[in-house]
Design a protein around this ligand. Structure first.
Ligand code: AMP
Length: 277
């Protein structure tokens, strides 16, 4: 595995690979890698000649300074996992390499970014689009791989790519879960053992909805969910939403629906979602 810390050297390497007609898959991450990230790498390796993984804890997408400060950064373990997964190139830039002090980013995605995560994490998607645009410019890959776990982020990046005519195919990969259903997340390490159990309520809720949406009306489903969360201490429901899976607008029919959930478990914020069809 080759490690690049400078954007210009990586850019020239990618141009060289493109000239050699090597297909390139890009997997952007913030590190603290787990099996969810590795599934994206596996998919990219299957579909491309060369897989590039980036690890960068992007400060501009954190609206909460303590969340950024405590974000895990186990770089040695990550590098071992990447080598083992057969990653060809790791891009590991510093903050100075990615940002200049005076720069501005004005791109507004629009409605899709101002809802759900956009409400609870103001400015989050501005930071996401800012860094993803930079990564896509430095690494002109043919495909980029993202997880359904951050589904709204995936749609926001689709808008970004369409807006700037970036010639890249975006691939959305399924959510990887623990055996008991908890969606893998780099933030799960912050959960104590009792909180880890309580965190299962997110997946249990989504499974309950998936199993019952054809039998019960949405308001009844929501009523049960709200009661379940109210009776669980140390867990705060932020949102549960039935949305159109293409537009994230409130649904007209349940067929194309995705259900998205976010909750605080102790001081850890978790998100999850499930498609209903
Ligand atoms: P992050 O390092 O959290 O920025 O995530 C990097 C990529 O991994 C994003 O596209 C995430 O959606 C994806 N990802 C995170 N968790 C999972 C998971 N449990 N299953 C599949 N993909 C995931």
């Amino acid at each position: 595995m080759e490690v690049f810390t400078k954007k210009i050297t990586l850019y020239h390497q990618v141009l060289k690979l493109n000239a050699e007609h090597k297909s390139i898959g890009l997997v952007p991450t913030m590190g603290a890698l787990h099996a969810g990230h590795l599934s994206l790498i596996k998919k990219s390796k299957f579909e491309n000649d060369v897989t590039i993984v980036s690890i960068f804890v992007n400060p501009t997408q954190f609206n909460d300074a303590s969340d950024l400060q405590k974000y895990p950064r186990p770089i040695q373990t990550d590098m071992a996992l990447l080598k083992n997964a057969g990653c060809d190139i790791l891009f590991l830039p510093s903050e100075n390499e990615m940002y200049s002090p005076s720069e501005k980013w004005d791109y507004e995605v629009g409605a899709i970014a101002n809802d759900l995560e956009g409400v609870y994490r103001p400015g989050h998607f501005m930071g996401v689009t800012q860094i993803v645009y930079k990564l896509f410019t430095i690494i002109p890959a043919q495909k980029a791989y993202f997880g359904q776990k951050d589904y709204q982020q995936f749609l926001v990046i689709k808008h970004l790519v369409a807006h700037f005519n970036i010639p890249m195919v975006l691939v959305c990969c399924p959510i990887v879960r623990e055996a008991d259903g908890l969606a893998l997340s780099s933030r799960n390490i912050h959960l104590s053992e009792p909180q880890r159990k309580k965190a299962l309520l997110l997946h249990k809720t989504l499974s309950f909805i998936k199993n019952n949406y054809s039998k019960l009306p949405i308001d009844k489903l929501l009523q049960k969910v709200r009661t379940d969360f109210e009776t669980e201490d140390d867990v705060q429901l932020e949102y549960i939403a039935f949305r159109d899976k293409y537009t994230l607008k409130p649904i007209v029919t349940i067929n194309k629906a995705i259900v998205l959930i976010a909750a605080q478990v102790g001081n850890t914020r978790l998100i999850d979602n499930i498609m209903l069809d």
